[in-house]
Design a protein around this ligand. Structure first.
Ligand code: CU
Length: 262
């Protein structure tokens, strides 16, 4: 069998192998969308890699004993083919990526004015600072410095900002990433599907303490999540309203200096 036959066969084999591979289970809806995109891009990239390497190896083997290089002749059909093929591939990559990144279930444009945000959706304000993170649960009037807790199976909207300069919020396993820009609020959303602990960190070099800007993300089943929220309350926990009430009025989160109820 000659090299001309091996290259397309190897390409086909690699593509089939990839399609047969079990996709890795995703821990959130965002991770599922992003992993799916990676797999689609790989299905295109691997055959191209095999094809290009195949042509390269074929050329090396065929011409390895040639003494003198001959000038190449123009081949219009070949030139048109590779130009059109490249354009088609780039269009595919561009459209597939835009479909995921512009999907409103990954990065959200306008949470306040959207009609499809469920009433029971969770909203967390994520604020970066030199060098750490604050997580505030506005619906429940509690906050937790350093650790983000997300309920399992519930739409969660993260409002990302910073109180000083540029940082970036990143939780790779949950498919969450966005820049934290001073004076701006950016929203990403997800529904976590797998309870457990995940590592989050700052993905934008922000100064000498950057490497210490790690945080833990815990996805909790709904009942445990409610217990956890109540534990973060320094005042009185209203379990019907799921909010923390300050006995003396005003804000009453775990990071505030409100008086703890007796
Ligand atoms: Cu940083």
């Amino acid at each position: 069998m000659n090299v001309k036959r091996i290259a397309p066969l190897a390409t086909l084999g690699a593509a089939l192998l990839l399609l047969a591979a079990e996709p890795a289970a995703a821990q959130s809806t965002s991770a599922e969308a992003i992993n799916g995109l990676n797999e689609r891009l790989l299905v295109v990239a691997i055959p191209i890699t095999v094809l290009v390497e195949g042509i390269l190896i074929y050329t090396v083997l065929k011409f390895k004993d040639s003494d003198e290089a001959k000038p190449t002749r123009e081949n219009r059909r070949l030139e048109i083919t590779w130009t059109v093929a490249t354009a088609v591939i780039l269009l595919f990559v561009g459209i597939a990526t835009t479909m995921v990144m512009a999907d409103q279930s990954v990065i959200v444009d306008d949470v306040e004015n959207r009609a499809d945000v469920p009433e029971d959706a969770e909203h967390v304000n994520v604020e970066a600072y030199r060098y750490g993170w604050d997580f505030e649960y506005t619906e429940h009037n509690v906050s937790s410095g350093g650790k983000l807790v997300i309920p399992e199976g519930q739409e969660t909207y993260l409002n990302i900002t910073t109180r000083d300069w540029l940082h970036a919020f990143h939780v790779p396993q949950l498919g969450l990433k966005h820049d934290a820009v001073p004076g701006q609020h950016h929203y990403i959303m997800t529904t976590a599907t797998e309870p457990g602990l995940y590592q989050g960190y700052c993905a934008e070099y922000c100064g000498t303490g950057h490497s210490g800007m790690m945080f833990e993300v815990e996805v909790m089943p709904q009942d445990e999540y409610e217990t956890w929220l109540a534990e973060q309350c320094d005042g009185e926990w209203n379990s019907d309203e799921q909010t923390c009430e300050a006995p003396s009025g005003g804000s009453n989160s775990s990071t505030s200096n409100a008086t703890v109820a007796a």
